[in-house]
Design a protein around this ligand. Structure first.
Ligand code: ATP
Length: 340
């Protein structure tokens, strides 16, 4: 039986509370199921910056390098110094953000099941900004053929694997950003020809933002560049009822990192009211990735069980405060583990 090495970043704000819930779920898996993990907690974020003078200390990086995957809770002010560096160092080129309707959550649509596949390595996130003169700043937006092809292929494979509506829409602003987004759009078109079983279409980013509100059920896989993906995936999370239900995966060739879509939410930190579903669903995504990478179907089974448990609790109206319920973080966590 394989024992997988998982590094854990507890982060800041509500991060440590969510990580406590996540560890309870992973320890339940270790104790009561056939899937096994070595869990290693590492320091990163505001806490690490204050204690060691670096948001991502070298010993943390060394520990993460030794793991098969990383589960990260939200980090506070130093978020960019942690996640953007990790994405670059491990070449985590695909940012996957599912947005799915769950029962009994107030939302503007009921049957949403979409995933945003966001390019994760370039665009304005390279941070190449310069003063052109004393009062004008220029920010460079980098779009390459290689990164566009890699993310387009990932998106089409995702549509095939999901086996749902079998649709990919590439989202861009090629009417204004003619060269950069023109390149992205053309590569998506080219890749689409290799997947005749998948319906391919294109949308300008403004039209996509509008349609995500007007007709979110129509989407399956959205593939887009880094900044547009950041914005659209937060919008999609809100369409299905809020950030507390939103997981994300940062996927690389040999290593991946999973995290809630939301930030450290300092306004509710320490109150035991954060919704832990975002980190539970991140664990579910992590299990699916490990299952596929290490060809271990047991992990697929446990991934399905986690989502089924969350859905069943919500059906019975067991919910945290952010989605209209009364349960605390620890109460919902306990109920989930008891259900499993
Ligand atoms: P960032 O800039 O890092 O994305 P932010 O301050 O813009 O962070 P978030 O921390 O992502 O925003 O969250 C926005 C609000 O949503 C929070 O202030 C909080 O009230 C709510 N929220 C976020 N995550 C959760 C959660 N897991 N459970 C309950 N409420 C949440």
């Amino acid at each position: 039986m394989t024992k997988y090495n998982i590094s854990l970043i507890p982060g800041d704000g509500i991060g440590p509370e969510l990580m406590k819930s996540a560890k309870m779920l992973l320890e339940y898996m270790n104790d009561k199921t056939s899937v096994k993990f070595n869990l290693t907690e590492v320091d990163a974020g505001d806490y690490a910056l204050a204690k060691f003078g670096k948001a991502l200390p070298d010993f943390t990086l060394d520990a993460i390098k030794k793991s098969d995957a990383c589960l990260k809770a939200p980090v506070g002010e130093s978020a960019a110094d942690v996640i953007i560096v990790l994405r670059r160092l491990f070449d985590l080129y695909a940012n996957i953000r599912p947005a799915k309707s769950f029962p009994n959550i107030k939302s503007i649509a009921e049957n949403v099941d979409l995933v945003t596949v966001r390019e994760n390595t370039e665009d304005v996130y390279l941070g190449w900004e310069f003063y052109a003169n004393t009062d004008t700043v220029v920010a460079l937006r980098v779009i390459s053929e290689k990164a566009s092809r890699r993310i387009a292929e990932y998106a089409f494979k995702t549509a095939v694997m999901r086996g749902k509506k079998k649709k990919v829409v590439s989202v861009h602003k090629a009417n204004v950003l003619r060269k950069s987004d023109g390149l992205f759009k053309n590569i998506c078109r080219e890749v689409s020809t290799k997947f005749p079983q998948i319906e391919y279409s294109e949308l300008y980013v403004d039209a996509c933002a509008m349609n995500l509100i007007r007709n979110p059920e129509s989407f399956d896989v959205i593939v887009t560049t880094n900044l547009f993906g950041d914005i659209l995936s937060d919008e999609a999370a809100q369409v299905v009822g809020g950030l507390g239900m939103g997981p994300a995966g940062n996927i690389g060739q040999n290593f991946s990192l999973f995290e809630p879509v939301h930030g450290a939410a300092f306004d509710i930190a320490g109150k035991n009211i954060a919704n832990p579903s975002s980190i539970f669903l991140s664990i579910k995504m992590m299990f699916e990735w490990i299952a596929e990478k290490f060809r271990d179907p047991l992990l697929f089974t446990e991934a399905i069980r986690i989502e089924t448990a969350i859905t069943s609790l919500l059906k019975q109206n067991y919910k945290t405060i952010d989605i209209g319920g009364k349960l605390s973080t620890s109460e919902f966590t306990r109920m989930l583990i008891d259900f499993l």
